[in-house]
Design a protein around this ligand. Structure first.
Ligand SMILES: NC(=O)c1ccc[n+]([C@@H]2O[C@H](COP(=O)([O-])OP(=O)(O)OC[C@H]3O[C@@H](n4cnc5c(N)ncnc54)[C@H](O)[C@@H]3O)[C@@H](O)[C@H]2O)c1
Length: 370
């Protein structure tokens, strides 16, 4: 029998989240360490939740010594965690398709994290390369289909090295896959103040999968009469992102299109170093995975100047997903304050190190009066 005392104790017990941390390669370990430091300070500040973090040494070094980036039962090892916090994968001496297909994609696809959610906005204190465009003028969320399309893994090579060699890379679009990502994108657009969605396509040149993509968008739209939506060819979309960023809000695109457009979005918001992403399983059958968009950044690895903002932002996405929206907002408030104060890494025209930005964000969390 539960006594009133037990009930009070249960109410007061901090919520505990198990996080699988996979820092992996290049600047991954540097930015994940920064993210974990900020999460720890947030948990202490909040008092209502705690983290239990388990680190996994999966990545290119493991590949070089054992022949595999992650163990065969890797997904089994992390499937019961509440979330995955991921750095970056890729090494100069391992082919990129080996690293991507050896770690990140098996997790995303194996856990059916079909919605890849990529918010972008210009943070205060950060200058966009677009003239006359500042905070408030560019505030987007790109929803990337994350389970099929151009990255379905369907294809092959024949007659390798011969003059008649053939390589195929077949895009797969399924009604189930397209419908669920469209529904996710319309829902997300509906939850944002402008209720505005742009569906990116290439149905002029690609007349099968992409035409089905367009048709399903129109079908799903009927269930969202309050969402205004339009359709853009991906090539024209790059122009619109540069020329008229204010006209966009929520964007949905295929795996490949959104991969490219979100790097452009990051650059237009100031740097890849501020662009986050959440690989979400909306049905919550598996843990979702949170990571900065950027890769291993070989050119700055070990220099202590990687921008940790993308990782803080994705940590904020993770907190939201875990059901801690107040802490998620607190973290972003701290990041915005630190950026506005001009404590910035060199990629966004500052002189601060990763550690200085991280310490400033932690201090902003601790000293906030709200
Ligand atoms: N999700 C991932 O794990 C992922 C994503 C993209 C690339 N990669 C891999 O990373 C490796 C390098 O790829 P790339 O050079 O095309 O892309 P990249 O994102 O690693 O770097 C591109 C440029 O952006 C800069 N940059 C990136 N993140 C930064 C940060 N936090 N702070 C400051 N500057 C930052 C880099 O210094 C570099 O000049 C490759 O092996 C690639 O396959 C992995």
């Amino acid at each position: 029998m539960t006594t009133p005392k037990d009930a009070t104790a249960a109410r007061q017990a901090p919520r505990s989240y198990r996080i699988a941390s996979i820092p992996a390669d290049g600047i991954g370990p540097e930015v994940i360490a920064a993210g974990l430091q900020a999460l720890e300070v947030l948990a202490r500040r909040d008092g209502g939740f705690t983290f239990e973090v388990a680190e996994f040494d999966w990545g290119s070094e493991r590949y070089k010594s054992t022949g595999a980036l992650m163990p065969e039962d890797g997904r089994e090892q992390i499937k019961d965690f509440d979330a995955i916090f991921f750095g970056a994968v890729g090494a100069p001496d391992v082919p990129d398709h080996v690293t991507l297909w050896g770690l990140r994609l098996p997790i995303c696809q194996g856990f059916d994290q079909y919605a890849n959610v990529r918010p972008t906005k210009i943070l205060p204190g950060i200058t966009s390369p677009l003239a006359g465009v500042g905070p408030g003028d560019l505030d987007w969320v790109i929803v990337r289909e994350n389970s099929e399309g151009e990255y379905s893994g369907n294809g092959g090579r024949a007659h390798q090295g011969m003059p008649e060699e053939v390589g195929t890379e077949v895009s797969i679009f399924t009604r189930t896959g397209v419908t669920r990502i469209m529904r996710y994108a319309f829902e997300l657009a509906r939850s944002r103040p402008r209720k505005l969605l742009t569906v990116v396509t290439k149905s002029n040149a690609q007349r099968f999968g992409m035409v089905m993509w367009d048709e399903i968008a129109a079908e799903v739209a009927k269930d969202f009469p309050d969402v205004t939506w339009d359709k853009m060819l991906v090539d024209a979309m790059t122009v619109r992102m540069v020329k008229d960023p204010k006209s966009l809000d929520t964007i949905v695109a295929t795996n490949l299109h959104a991969d490219i457009l979100s790097d452009l979005a990051g650059a237009l918001a100031g740097s890849l170093g501020v662009a986050p992403t959440g690989n979400i399983d909306p049905e919550r059958r598996y843990p979702s995975m949170f990571e900065p968009i950027h890769g291993s950044a070989f050119d700055i690895t070990g220099k202590g100047i990687a921008n940790p903002v993308a990782t803080f932002w994705t940590a904020s996405q993770m907190l939201d997903h875990l059901g801690e929206p107040a802490a998620a907002t607190r973290l972003m408030r701290a990041v915005e304050k630190v950026c506005a104060d001009g404590i910035l890494t060199p990629d966004v025209d500052g002189t601060a190190t990763t550690q200085e930005v991280t310490d400033a964000v932690c201090e902003a969390i601790r000293s906030e009066n709200i």
